[in-house]
Design a protein around this ligand. Structure first.
Ligand code: G3P
Ligand code: CA
Length: 251
């Protein structure tokens, strides 16, 4: 499969800005995504869920409590109610007025300028979200494009995405609490995923080699300091999910 830039720069690590440049600006907002592009990210990572009226919205937590001035679950708000919340002030007063975005708006603003690591958050809570995402990507003509990777911790959801959109790139996220990843598991995963994206604490050179052996790529999360970036580069990963895209210096 074609990963963004992989044809030209096969050995170069992909910079994936975690919820945008979330070390510098409020996560999953235009401010964070704009900053990610300014800092040279190859991809922006974003989390998606559904509003009460079925809009795909970009927010990490189940509730709006931590990252807005509102309270309660995302799925109990309509999209227009969500848009009235302030998603910037919690991070710094200068970001007051940043809004929760629809995936549509984010794709409109950035397609052709960066790639997208789209994470389905809590997909079991949102039946049909995979189909809805597929429709959205088709509408933007991004459904067979190296610029998009759909990822989730939930394997069933990723399997479903691959079935609906066979040409889309996918990633399975692995929690740091897993005991290990067997070869049998890697083989099974390789049937429907292009990326294995583990917590960085699970990463070593050997895991990277094994993932590559099964024909997949590896883009661990989340590097929040320069030492982690160096460690992951040394391990030979294909992409690094980071809050600080500028910590990854390409030569
Ligand atoms: O890219 C994967 C990473 O974003 C998963 O963790 O909690 O930041 O969504 P989280
Ligand atoms: Ca995420």
């Amino acid at each position: 499969s074609l990963t963004r830039k992989s044809k030209k720069e096969d050995r170069e690590v992909l910079i994936i800005a975690h919820r945008g440049a979330s070390g510098y600006a409020p996560e999953n907002t235009i401010a964070a995504f704009d900053e990610a592009l300014r800092l040279g990210a190859d991809f922006i990572e974003l989390d998606v869920q559904l509003s009460k009226d079925g809009e795909i919205v970009v927010i990490h937590d189940l509730t709006v409590d931590r990252t807005t001035n509102g309270k309660g679950e995302v799925r109990d708000y309509t999209f227009s109610e969500l848009q009235k919340l302030d998603a910037g002030s919690w991070f710094h007063p200068k970001f007051r007025g940043e809004k929760i975005q629809s995936l549509d708006a984010v794709l409109d603003r950035y397609k052709g300028r960066t790639g997208f690591f789209i994470e389905l958050k809590n997909p079991a809570l949102y039946p049909g979200i995979e189909e809805k995402l597929a429709e959205t990507l088709k509408r933007h003509n991004l459904h067979k494009d190296g610029d998009v990777v759909i990822q989730a911790f939930e394997k069933a959801s990723i399997k479903r995405c691959k079935a609906i959109l066979p040409e889309i790139q996918t990633g399975v996220l692995i929690k740091f609490t897993v005991k290990g990843i067997s070869n049998e598991q890697l083989l099974k995963l390789s049937e429907f995923t292009d990326f294995i994206n583990p917590n960085k604490q699970l990463v070593n050179k050997r895991l990277v080699k094994r993932v590559h052996h099964y024909g997949m790529k590896i883009a661990p999360y989340t590097a929040k300091d320069r030492a982690s970036v160096q460690f992951l580069l040394h391990a030979g990963v294909d992409g690094i999910v980071t809050d600080y895209p500028d910590y990854i210096v390409k030569n």
